[in-house]
Structures are given as structure tokens and as C-alpha cells.
Design a protein around this ligand. Sequence first.
Ligand SMILES: Cc1cc2nc3c(=O)[nH]c(=O)nc-3n(C[C@H](O)[C@H](O)[C@H](O)COP(=O)(O)OP(=O)(O)OC[C@H]3O[C@@H](n4cnc5c(N)ncnc54)[C@H](O)[C@@H]3O)c2cc1C
Length: 514
Amino acid sequence: MASFDLVVAGAGIVGLAHALAATRRGLKVAIVERDLRARRSSVQNFGFVTLAGQAEGVTRSRVLRSRDVWLEVTAAAGIPVLQRGALIAARRPEALAVLEEYSQTPSGSGCKLLTAAATRAQFSSASKGIVGALHSVDELRVEARDALPTMLRWLEEAKGVAVHRNRAALAIEANGLATDAGFIEADAVVLAPGSDAAAFAPVLASRQKLHDCRLQMLRLRAPSVKLPAVVMADLSLLRYEGFATLASAAALRERVHAEQPKHVAAGVHVIVAQSADGSLVVGDMLRGRNDRPLDGRLPGGGLEAPSRCVARPARALDRHHQRPWHEHRVRHRRGDDRGALPLSHDAIAAPSEWVVRWAPLIRPGGVVLDVACGSGRHARWLASLGFEVEAVDRDPGLFVDPPEGVTVRGADLEDGSPWPYGERRFDAVVVTNYLHRPLLPVLVGALEPGGMLVYETFAQGNERFGKPSNPAFLLAPGELLDAVRGRLRVLGYEDLTVVEPRPAAVQRVAARRD
Ligand SMILES: Cc1cc2nc3c(=O)[nH]c(=O)nc-3n(C[C@H](O)[C@H](O)[C@H](O)COP(=O)(O)OP(=O)(O)OC[C@H]3O[C@@H](n4cnc5c(N)ncnc54)[C@H](O)[C@@H]3O)c2cc1C
């Protein structure tokens, strides 16, 4: 396998942007994408580079830079820019006041305020209730579901990026990326798996306070509506910081909260974009990962009523063609979207790279036993992948606030009491940094057919590095292999010295019951 300067995991927009930046520096780049073609947030979105209302400072300068990169890439790769500009239509006088104030700021100086009549002249589908609008000219919109694959092909063909489709990144190692179809050597790895970031790097994700949320969207067929630009409305003025922090926004907020409390609580923000096929994409409602769709429970069907305010589509809409959909995205607690994670090795040391590497072979949705679970680093991570986890430890109090899907049991596994799980069988048994030799045959026997044993602990030689140094806790050469020989099929075995998360002599095995 050729070696690279950079390998990028994930071919969403964040992965592609990093790959592009690296090729500009003359680096040799590979991209690994789990799907045949990207089908997550980056192709489900509005494809909209939004300028109006972005917060001054870092956010706005990043958006301006993004727009320049998009302009360059769309021209070079032959990606059509479908719309330019945005029309922010005010339905309430308080919203118009916000637009007026914004137009006086440095960011708003290039925007034009329109009267109600001028708005309707430009925008024939505008609702009668509109009292004026702000026309911003700098926005761009592409059809994301076409733009992303085109950009990937362009990177491959014109920029020489090696693209591995249908291939999953499993773990970052010191000299590259482990994937389900072999190792890719690289000096640096960019991890851009979108909402799967927490599964890859749970410690880092929790340190950065990432959380997963959903956007609920609607696609409407509206043959008679022709939008001149992307359209936003009153509720958006409370979402975008550049508007929401203006003095005049207080009055708008008060009125909207009084008139549309359910929409505000549901995080509805109105933005309507017209796709190349003429349909309207209406968004969005920000929901927690596990929240149920809200459509039926909001006045006017959630997104539909607010969209009617800006595009008068009540008659134009063919109700049979409306359907809501959801897409996950990762947000920072402070509210800004996060892209690639700046990975440091200490961050990826938990969960153990050995567990991460073999977890994809555990039956999806299966039950995993986490032995000597401690504070639950593996149980939490496995639960986040959708496994049901039984976690056992002599001191269950170490596992604070176990997540849904994890059952914690307190049991002393070394005092001669009966094995707490009796005849129960598991789809996997995971053990790290723990050794009580009499348990080894019990753990092997606790596997269902097809079940995986994923075991990693300290080995003889570790005394050079510190604790544990007691031979009772250190594996003899080949001891894990001996424990499974004749009973399980060995898929992977290593006996080595590692440097991360700290120098240690370890032995590890991944083995399956046939
Ligand atoms: C409905 C919606 C509307 C939006 N509208 C806009 C908008 O108009 N403008 C805007 O700027 N932003 C918008 N956003 C936000 C924007 O789409 C996201 O911030 C962005 O797409 C995130 O890109 P990403 O590359 O991080 O993630 P993703 O698009 O999720 O890409 C991650 C990729 O990584 C791959 N992957 C995951 N795990 C692995 C693995 N183990 N190995 C290999 N590959 C893996 C996935 O298959 C996927 O292709 C919107 C988001 C949503 C959901």
C-alpha cells in the first residue's frame, strides 16, 4: 500500500475541504469513505453559503473565506451555482426594524432594504403579509447532492487524490489509519466522520462538549413558485447571531415568543430554498438526537405554516409531496458546528484502539459484557454504537451515570462466588487492563456462537514501565493465545510494547467462537 502525507476519513464536506487544502500544499492525499458515495449531512443540506446575519468577527470571516473557496471550486469542477443572494422577508414591523438596524452595520452595508411593494415586485410568490425585506447579494447555493460527488471526482481526477469508497476507517494508529480493508500509511490523519465523531473519539468529543442533534426538514412540490433567491423569515432573525444580538431584536423576540411559543420551543427557523427540480426545501427544526418528529404536534404542521408566510405556497403546495426528513449533525454545546476533530493521541487512547478495531465484528445491536468495567469507558462507547451492555465491576460506584443501554452490576469476580451471569451468553466479551486467570475459561465459555472475545491487558515486561508489576497481573508470553486455543478462532493477536496512552507491555487477542 502506497504511503501518504495525509489520509482523510470521511468524504463529507469537511473531509473534502481538508483534502483540498492539503493538495494545495502539494501533499499526497488519500480519502477513505465508508459509503459508496457520501449521503449524510453534506448532501442533505441546503447547500447554502449564508452571509447575512452571521456573527461579526471569526464567523463572518470564515464564511467569506468559504464563499471564495466555493466560487473557485464550483468554477474549476463544473458545479452549477443555482442561486445567488438571500431575501430576508419581514412579516412583522419588529422584524423590519431588525433588518433596518442590520443594514446600518458594517456587515449589512452591502445589503439593500426593500419596501413591501418592492419585495413583491422582485418576488411574486411573497405572501401579502410581508412588510419589507432585506436583499443580500453575496450568498451562494449549490445542489449539495450533486455538488459533493462532483467535487470528490474532481479531487480524484484533477488533483490526484486517492479515493477509497466503501471502506470504513477503524482506528488511528501511530503511522496511519487502520481500515476494514487494510492499513493506510500516512504522516497525518484527519478524522471527519460527521456525527460519528463521538464513536471514534469519545473522550475528545466529551471534552469538546459535542452533542448530536437532528434537523427536521420538509420538501414541498410547488410548481408555480419561483424563488429569486434563498428566502428566510422572522424566525431566522432570532437564530442568526448577527441579527439576534442587535438591540431591536428584543422587541421581535418578545412578540414571536408571545405569538409562536411552540415554534420557538421547537427551534423552528424558516429558510426556503428551491432545488434544481423546482421543489422547495423548507427548514428547519432543531431537535435532540432522540426527539420524535414534531410535525403533527405543531400549529400548521410545524414547518409548513412558517414557510407559507414567505412563499405563499398554500395553493401551490401539493400536500401529497411533502415529507419531513431528518439528518444528524454534530454541534458544539456553544452552538457552532464542528468539523474535523483535532486528534491528539491521548484523546484516542480511550476507548482502547484494540476494542475500536474489533468492535465492527460484533453482531450489530448485540449484547456485550464489559468485564471489570471501571468508570465505563468501553461500556459508554459500545452503548453509543447501539450495543446493549452488561458492565460488571467489583466497585460499580466507579461507573457514574451510566447511559441508556448499559446495566451495571457490582460483583467480586475473584472471591470464589458463583459467576454472576450463570449460563448467560453474550455477543462479545470485552476486557481491558484486567487479569484474573481463573476467569479466562469462563469468559470464553460465555460467548454465543459468532461471539467475539476482545481482550487486552498488561504482559510480562511491563515492570520496566511501572505498575502493574506483580506477576499475578502480567500475562506470560502467548498466554492469551493459550487461553483460546482450540475453543475460539483467533482473528488477531499482538504481544508488544506500546507508547500510547503511556508506555506499557501489552498482549491482546481478538477471537471468535465459530
Ligand atoms: C438538514 C441540514 C441542512 C443544512 N444546511 C446547511 C447549509 O445550508 N449550509 C451549511 O453551510 N451547512 C448546512 N448544514 C450543516 C452541514 O451540512 C454540516 O455541517 C456538514 O455537512 C458536516 O459535514 P461533515 O463532513 O462533517 O459530515 P458528513 O456530511 O456527515 O460526512 C461525514 C462522512 O464521513 C463518513 N464516515 C463516517 N464514519 C466513517 C468511517 N468510520 N470511515 C469512513 N467514512 C466514515 C460518512 O459516511 C460521511 O460520508 C446543514 C445540515 C443539515 C443536517
